[in-house]
Design a protein around this ligand. Structure first.
Ligand code: CO
Length: 189
């Protein structure tokens, strides 16, 4: 499967609003190949030279519905950086049937708002989400059921991707009456 800027499904599209189907485990060859291609897309998209050459939009995550497959699969690669901009850790997952099992009361939002491979129009505003979550899923990279305890940016990315599996897009969470509404107890990252 070729995944690039032109093959990714763009909003508005009915698939982006569907609840994706659960995937049968162990993974079949077709599902495994698709999830591997999705993960490869995310990794390659973060390399400026490859991204330009292969027409890839930069991404930290992608969901199967975005490439036209109505299944609960998502690939994510998120880096942590130190104050000098050096990568200190990389969080990589290729998840099947992810479920968020715990949410914190405390919320967080990205200072610049969120973006999405499938949304080419700008939707400004804070997207508040729980700051800490626990996710249970099968991870293809580790070939086992895992539990992820995530906070901050990684937690936001995972929630954005898991929303895709439920037909939810990031701008659904924006308060259109007051797009940059400051919540007293929330963290802006
Ligand atoms: Co998205």
């Amino acid at each position: 499967m070729i995944i690039n800027k032109d093959t990714i499904i763009v909003d508005p599209h009915p698939l982006l609003r569907k609840r994706a189907e659960k995937v049968v485990l162990p993974l079949g060859d077709e599902d495994r190949e698709l999830l591997e291609a999705m993960f490869t897309y995310v990794k390659k998209s973060q390399d400026d030279d490859i991204a330009e050459k292969e027409n890839l939009l930069p991404a930290v995550g992608i969901a199967a519905v975005q490439v036209g497959v109505d299944k609960q699969m998502t690939a994510v690669s998120v880096n942590d950086y130190d104050d000098d901009g050096n990568i200190t850790a990389t969080h990589e997952f290729a998840l099947v049937n992810p479920v968020i099992t715990q949410y914190s009361k405390k919320e967080a939002a990205l200072a610049a708002g969120e973006g999405c491979l499938s949304i080419r129009e700008e939707h400004e505003g804070y997207v508040y989400r729980p700051h800490r979550i626990t996710v249970k899923a099968y991870d293809l990279l580790q070939d086992k059921q895992i539990e992820i305890k995530a906070s901050g940016y990684l937690a936001i990315v995972l929630q954005h991707e898991i929303d895709h599996l439920k037909g939810i897009l990031f701008y659904d969470h924006i308060n259109t009456q007051n797009r940059w509404h400051e919540k007293a107890k929330a963290i802006i990252i």
